[in-house]
Design a protein. Structure first.
Length: 169
């Protein structure tokens, strides 16, 4: 598909920073559904293109970007979730870094790769939920593995006479 509008978004925990390539417009919105709706109405006020003629690009940041991806998927607007390393390597070393600059660079990346960029297709919501649960499980397993050695040392330490009173707590 030939896209005409290239939008770069830097996704953070609380906000999304948006940049429209070629127009030079940038703005920040909240990283929640209300902010997404405001973002789309802002884009429509600037650009008169149909949603199918625009591509929204952002880095895949896990749980912070999945909300935006799900929202865009549900309303049928094409988007591309890109690996951060891919964008970083294509741009090269540059000075200066903040969320607005990152959004601008993502939009620039999308424009430069306009012939090959493809919209992301999200899996079914049940698969997304399973992926989220597996990620949580992996974190818990790692945390538990990190705590096991400390537990053995604590038991050994509490057997000493000077700390026996603490071990009864």
């Amino acid at each position: 598909m030939k896209y005409k509008v290239f939008i770069g978004i830097d996704v953070s925990k609380l906000t999304i920073d948006v940049h429209l390539h070629g127009i030079g417009a940038s703005k920040t919105f909240s990283n929640e559904e209300k902010g997404f709706a405001l973002f789309l109405s802002w884009v429509k006020s600037i650009v008169n293109n149909q949603p199918a003629e625009m591509i929204i690009c952002f880095e895949h940041t896990g749980m912070y970007s999945i909300k935006l991806a799900t929202y865009l998927n549900d309303i049928g607007i094409p988007f591309a979730m890109l690996p951060a390393l891919q964008i970083k390597q294509s741009i090269g070393i540059r000075r200066g870094k903040n969320d607005q600059i990152d959004a601008q660079r993502i939009a620039e990346y999308a424009w430069l790769h306009r012939e090959t960029i493809q919209a992301t297709l999200l899996p079914a919501k049940s698969i997304l939920k399973l992926q989220s649960l597996l990620t949580l499980r992996n974190r818990l397993v790692c945390d538990r593995g990190g705590m096991k050695p400390h537990g053995k040392n604590r038991k050994r330490h509490w057997k000493e006479k000077s700390t026996r009173d603490i071990s009864s707590l």
